[in-house]
Design a protein. Structure first.
Lengths: 202, 334
């Protein structure tokens, strides 16, 4: 048996069986479809839960952000890149500015999970590199603009981010606003705004 | 007097045509290599310049010409500048005797094979000069390796062709092709299969291609003997390498695959094939060998240096000798 195996081995060596096997494999690969995605010309499908550019969710009707200035996101942020300027006026907290330093952000989405009113979202935009650092520091105005740009590309009528919900915690312990979170209507809102604009133009 | 002038004129024109076609072939060999290797690795290769990157080699040439020609301050300047020219001249000169078709050869000399082997050997000087004059350890090691490798494989390469010479009874490349048509299968590939195998392996080593590309092993030597070169001088080395590949492919085609002829049994089966000009068959066979270079590059990993030397001296040379003995015996008794 061992002699036979050795004979087989020697024959394999003389006739370069392994090299021919390799050659046939590479020839097969030569005619199979390549897996390259030609990035700037064609883009990959973005999967659900993709964590891209930050945006502050706009209320569909008041067109204002939902942030209540509770500071939970700044507290939970591991890289400390969220800054909130707020002021107490007439027993009510008013958020003056909301700044995210995207160049320091690690895209963990803890802020999205921690937010009790679902005011913040990581959108599916990922092409926002810049030559200037200042352009990567998003203030409130820019974050609201990011939201507008995001919903412009959004194809469905509603937007609901299930990654808003903190995993591993019983839903009964979530804040009430989070538990009763409803999908944000988008198409309706855009059409609404168009009509309003037309009216105001007239 | 007029006759001499006309011969000079015709040779010059032929050389210019040959040169132009060769340059185009070399440019597109780089493109073909990149594409084939890419598709073997399930990539796409150059895609942006022109349709499927078809203008990529032209863009590369333009880039290399306009790049700064850097000569490092510690090199031996004169030899550093001459070295790529030696390589290129040697590689180009070999094509003077290579017949493309029945009547198309620049110089039909009687010692064609010896001329090709000798001139190809001169190309080693360019590599040694480049490696030594660069005054860099990578270039030096690459040059030394290259010299050792090419000298040891030159023996096997020449010996593998002895069988062909014995069968054809001539050193003239045109004669060798014509002689093959007299054999029943129309090529020396089948009676000289051992010789062909030795030739293919020695050919890979002789042109410093994978799996024997130790002189330019990226992981150890960065780029080997041409590390210090840049711009157009770097391109000249590349040109010489691809020209050597084409030269070896043509030699394999002429000596083993019957050059521009096709086997007689094929003509008998399909008489239409005779209408196709011989140069088409010649080019197809050369392209197959070029494809073989790329295919092997995409398949095999690099050998270790001692393995390389062992294959050369302990396997290929004895095999070539055996081939010579067997061929001589058959020749003697027939």
């Amino acid at each position: 048996m061992t002699d036979l195996m050795r004979l087989k081995e020697i024959i394999n060596k003389i006739f370069l069986v392994e090299i021919f096997k390799g050659l046939s494999l590479t020839l097969k690969m030569l005619f199979s479809k390549s897996v390259t995605i030609q990035y700037p010309f064609e883009k990959r499908k973005v999967y659900e839960g993709f964590r891209g550019r930050h945006a502050l969710v706009k209320d569909p009707f008041t067109e204002a952000d939902k942030c209540i200035g509770c500071m939970r996101c700044t507290t939970v942020c591991p890289s400390r890149c969220i800054y909130i300027k707020r002021e107490k006026r007439e027993n009510k907290m008013i958020v003056i500015d909301y700044i995210i330093d995207a160049s320091r952000c690690i895209y963990c989405a803890y802020c999205v999970e921690a937010c009790p009113v679902c005011a913040l979202v990581l959108t599916e935009e990922y092409e926002y590199s810049s030559y200037k650092r200042e352009e990567l520091i998003f203030n409130k105005e820019k974050l609201l603009k990011n939201w507008d740009e995001f919903i412009k590309k959004w194809k469905q009528d509603y937007y609901f981010n299930k990654f808003w919900q903190p995993p591993g915690i019983d839903p009964s312990r979530w804040p009430k606003t989070k538990r009763e979170q409803k999908p944000i209507s988008i198409r309706e809102f855009i059409e609404n705004r168009k009509e309003n604009k037309d009216e105001s133009d007239n | 007097m007029m006759e001499t002038l006309s011969i000079i004129f015709i040779t010059t024109v032929k050389t210019l045509i040959y040169f132009g076609i060769l340059m185009l072939h070399v440019a597109y060999a780089t493109y073909a290599e990149r594409k084939i290797i890419a598709h073997i690795q399930l990539r796409l290769g150059p895609m942006v310049v022109g349709y499927h990157g078809i203008l990529q080699p032209i863009a590369d040439v333009v880039k290399l010409i306009f790049k700064e020609d850097i000569v490092p301050s510690n090199v031996d300047r004169r030899i550093f500048i001459i070295a790529p020219l030696i390589s290129l001249t040697a590689a180009l000169s070999t094509f003077a005797v290579i017949p493309v078709s029945d009547s198309w050869v620049i110089s039909d000399i009687h010692v064609g094979i010896l001329y090709v082997l000798g001139i190809a050997g001169i190309g080693i000087y360019g590599i040694i000069f480049a490696g030594w004059s660069s005054n860099s350890k990578y270039a030096f090691l690459g040059g030394l390796r290259s010299a050792a490798q090419m000298i040891s494989y030159e023996v096997a390469l020449a010996m593998s062709l002895v069988g062909v010479i014995l069968m054809a009874e001539s050193f003239n490349l045109t004669e060798i092709v014509k002689k093959q048509a007299e054999y029943p299968l129309g090529m020396f590939l089948f009676p000289q299969i051992i010789g062909y195998f030795v030739f293919i392996v020695a050919m890979l080593a002789e042109t410093n291609r994978l799996p024997f590309d130790l002189p330019e092993a990226e992981t150890e030597l960065v780029a080997g003997y041409f590390v210090e070169y840049s711009g157009i001088r770097f391109a000249l080395f590349y040109l010489a390498e691809y020209l050597a590949m084409f030269c070896m492919s043509s030699l394999a085609t002429i000596c083993f695959w019957g050059g521009w002829t096709i086997p007689p049994f094929l003509i008998k089966a399909l008489p239409i094939l005779e209408a196709i000009p011989g140069i088409v068959w010649f080019l197809l066979k050369v392209y197959f060998h070029m494809f073989l270079f790329f295919w092997l590059r995409g398949t095999l990993p690099r050998y270790r240096y001692d393995q390389l030397m062992a294959i050369g001296w302990k396997v290929l040379i004895p095999l070539a000798l055996l081939n010579i003995i067997v061929t001589s015996i058959f020749k003697y008794y027939s």
